[in-house]
Design a protein around this ligand. Structure first.
Ligand SMILES: Cc1ncc(COP(=O)(O)O)c(C=O)c1O
Length: 374
């Protein structure tokens, strides 16, 4: 029995262990100096005035949607080819997600289709930089400015990515990054909102901390809030990860490039396209099975032969059982999203992958295609 190569692995080690131990020894486990330092360093890395750490990417997106002050009937445009957390907060806040189809090559929301979907009820556009490839922010900001509709960036998969040299996270009114262990950097669970707006930054801080204000009074609640705090242990890990971020991002690019070099000639497989205007931040290594090849059979072969792989994102959000039930989607509404989601899959991708492991994954993929075509 061959050892199975995992899909993802966090890049954490002795520095993180030491940092967490120090926090534990200090006895200051929440709302302390590590939180402030992590937020300041993160804001500096992205280039925004504020960073507000929260306990997940989902919590961050929830607060960004909450800040829109949605009323019944309001719509928020987004992409269905994403993780469900891009859209759920819209519903939680009483709005209606309006899904727009994606671009065939980048898998990101397609700007001309955004324009077609705008109505007088459109309150915002949540753009998702899928798999770390920035959306076409030139076209999207043009629409946003012309129609005066705010942008929220779901940058949960795209830490360090840039469009035309400008980092993602700096385009929207507010943007969110996530730190789950499969992300580029991790805090365990965790997320962060970035913004240049002083007023909403103060609201985010209050909401994440049970609606307290900054008076320092522990039992003084000036609005209804949540416990979305990120504790000192998480922040200590995040700080160590930030010290390594450039190394991590470069290494991920290197591994993705190796994969592409080895896989691009395999007939039947589509390797990731990278828009020349972007600097991609590799989150997963994502492949598509070409027409005529059954993605699920390829997956079965890979998983049976020691290469962990998974369909991604399948089903897309609008075809998740709860969305079908709530909104009556039956399939056929978003042709590109639906086609892409039946063809795409991810393969092992983590930064201490050896060349031998990369070779093994590529060999098994080539065999899977040959086996399928026989
Ligand atoms: C595009 C996208 N949005 C939101 C999230 C939610 O982040 P979290 O899992 O930290 O809540 C994720 C995480 O997987 C994601 O990939």
């Amino acid at each position: 029995m061959v050892n199975k190569i995992p899909l993802a692995k966090p890049y954490v080690g002795k520095e993180e262990i030491k940092a967490v131990s120090e926090v534990i020894r200090s006895g200051w486990l929440s709302l302390g100096p590590k939180l402030t330092e992590f937020e300041n360093k993160f804001a500096e890395f992205i280039g925004t005035k504020h960073a507000i750490a929260v306990n997940s990417g989902t919590s961050g997106l929830h607060l960004c949607i909450k800040a829109l002050n949605i009323k019944p009937g309001d719509e928020v445009i987004t992409s269905s080819f994403s993780f469900v957390a891009s859209s759920n907060p819209i519903i939680l806040e009483g709005g209606k997600p309006v899904f727009v189809d994606i671009d065939e090559r980048t898998y990101n929301i397609d700007p001309p289709k955004i324009e077609e979907a705008i109505t007088e009820n459109t309150k915002a556009i949540v753009v998702v930089h899928i798999f770390g490839q920035p959306c076409n922010m030139e076209a999207i900001m043009k629409v946003s400015q012309e129609k005066r509709i705010p942008i929220i960036e779901d940058a949960c998969e795209a830490l360090g990515a840039a469009f035309n040299g400008k980092k993602v996270g700096t385009f929207g009114e507010a943007s969110v990054f996530a730190f789950y262990p499969n992300k580029q950097i991790t805090t365990g669970e965790g997320g962060i909102i970035v913004t240049n707006d002083d007023e909403t930054a103060a609201m985010y801080r209050s909401w994440r901390n049970q609606g307290r204000d900054d008076s320092g009074e522990w039992l003084n609640h000036v609005r209804i809030g949540y416990n979305y705090r990120l504790d000192e242990l998480n922040c200590a890990v995040g700080l160590e990860q930030l010290k390594k971020v450039e190394f991590i991002l470069n290494k991920r690019r290197e591994i993705a490039d190796k994969y592409t070099e080895k896989l691009k000639h395999i007939d039947g497989i589509i390797t990731p396209y990278v828009d020349p205007k972007v600097e991609i931040s590799r989150w997963v290594y994502y492949l598509q099975a070409k027409e005529g090849l059954d993605r699920n059979k390829i997956l079965e072969y890979l998983n049976e032969n020691g290469v962990t792989s998974r369909a991604y994102f399948y089903p897309p959000i609008h075809l998740q059982p709860v969305y079908k039930k709530m909104f009556g989607y039956v399939g056929g509404e978003l042709p590109v999203t639906e086609r892409v989601s039946t063809k795409g899959f991810i393969v092992p991708f983590f930064i201490d992958m050896t060349n031998k492991q990369i070779d093994r994954v590529c060999t098994v993929i080539a065999k899977a295609v040959r086996w399928h075509k026989r």
